[in-house]
Design a protein around this ligand. Structure first.
Ligand SMILES: Nc1ncnc2c1ncn2[C@@H]1O[C@H](COP(=O)(O)OP(=O)(O)OP(=O)(O)O)[C@@H](O)[C@H]1O
Ligand SMILES: [Mg+2]
Length: 395
């Protein structure tokens, strides 16, 4: 009767195996598993074949002696050789002469079962052109884990490399340009400072002397009025002389040219304390530090920028400036107790003051760290290697 009939699907699925004894299940199941395994193998092979054929990256298999066993269409496109031109030949045909020693080294590593990843090298195309490739080479192992062959996947990074090299070149040019600009700027400042100091300063002093002589040239009854006028004007000239000297010192402090780095730092910190009203503590090495003019100027300008930033942005009441000389480097640390620089401010691409400090340090192989402390305050720490340029005076 229709009510008692089993559903067709379950009759079909449960057929012999479940109802029979276990030995029968085994007998029926084994060929099925074998078929499934064969199908899986075929699928795997088809998959590998498709990946091999359709890969955008060249894939080459080779013996552990470097004899090419297979060569995919991407390899053909990159190297320019057809499959029939390379099968059975050595991979060294793809190696430029100055890279010849790479092949035995790579093969040795593969024989030891090692994988070589992202190895950047140069290969030779059929047309004689060179290509930059990133190679990943893996050993192919047998069931007992012994390396029997190798598969190499190459990635053409010529365009990438070219872009990186162009970028590096333009960065170097830009840095060179910035350095020249800074040097020219520094020379201009020194020139203008000298002119202002010498020309204007001397003219004003001469003017003052002439002024004092003036009353002698007028009749005695007018002299008294003139003397008091001359005194007032001389005071004005004194003020101007001071201003001119300060202007010249701002442009190019004489201490930068004539004194040690320690003296220049001391002069700058004292001047900053006087002008800003911020309390300053200064720690210097016990003996004067003499550094060549280039790095000395840059360290000095970094200090000036760091101090200007404290005055403009930090809302600090105290600054600590410390110069240390270790066997390897000169370290200048400017630490304030203000609001602390934020990550955003530090990483801002338009922070040209900070950028300038980094560039100046980089020029001498050094670097600058900008740190904000959890308890408040910022530290600008510059390290410049001493090897080339620093000569601490002997005690
Ligand atoms: N000591 C400091 N404490 C707190 N914030 C700081 C400190 N130094 C720098 N900053 C922050 O970092 C920013 C970038 O500094 P940077 O010196 O590059 O620029 P700037 O001083 O604003 O302008 P300039 O180009 O004239 O130097 C500042 O605008 C400020 O917000
Ligand atoms: Mg600044």
């Amino acid at each position: 009767m229709a009510k008692r009939r089993r559903p067709i699907k379950s009759q079909h699925v449960e057929a012999p195996g479940k109802r029979n004894r276990s030995s029968e299940v085994k007998r029926v199941g084994a060929p099925r598993q074998a078929v499934a395994a064969r199908e899986r193998d075929a699928l795997d092979r088809a998959l590998y074949q498709a990946v091999f054929e359709w890969s955008d990256d060249p894939i080459i298999t080779k013996t552990l002696d470097g004899v090419i066993l297979s060569w995919n269409p991407a390899a053909e496109r990159l190297y320019g050789y057809r499959k029939d031109e390379v099968l059975g030949r050595s991979v060294s045909m793809l190696t430029p002469r100055d890279h010849a020693e790479e092949i035995p080294q790579l093969l040795d590593r593969l024989k030891r079962g090692e994988r070589v990843e992202h190895f950047l090298t140069t290969r030779l195309r059929k047309d004689g052109r060179l290509v930059r490739v990133s190679l990943t080479v893996s050993p192919i192992k047998d069931a007992r884990g012994r390396s029997i062959a190798a598969a190499a996947i190459a990635r053409d990074v010529t365009a990438q490399q070219l872009a990186a090299e162009t970028l590096a070149r333009s960065q170097a040019q830009f840095r060179d340009f910035a350095t020249r600009l800074r040097a020219a700027h520094e020379a201009d400042r020194a020139f203008v400072a000298r002119e202002i100091h010498d020309e204007l300063g001397q003219t004003l002093t001469a003017l003052k002397m002439d002024l004092h002589a003036l009353p002698e040239w007028v009749p005695a009854e007018h002299r008294e009025v003139l003397v008091s006028k001359v005194r007032d004007t001389a005071l004005l000239i004194d003020g101007m002389v001071d201003r001119v000297r300060a202007l010249a010192a701002d442009l190019r402090p004489a201490v930068m040219d004539n004194q040690s780095l320690s003296a220049a730092i001391e002069w700058s910190v004292q001047r900053f304390a006087r002008r800003s009203g911020i309390r300053c503590a200064l720690e210097l090495p016990p003996t004067d530090v003499h550094v060549d003019a280039g790095p000395s100027t840059d360290l000095f300008r970094i200090l000036q920028e760091a101090l200007t930033n404290v005055a403009r942005h930090a809302r600090a009441t105290e600054v600590n400036v410390r110069l240390q000389v270790t066997p390897d480097e000169l370290v200048l640390d400017v630490r304030d107790n203000g609001r602390g620089i934020t990550d955003g401010e530090r990483d801002d691409l338009h922070a040209f003051g900070l950028l300038g400090m980094r560039e100046r340090a980089l020029l001498w192989g050094g670097d600058v760290e900008f740190l904000a402390f959890p308890q408040g305050g910022t530290s600008v720490k510059v390290g410049i290697p001493r090897s080339r340029d620093a000569r601490p005076a002997l005690p």
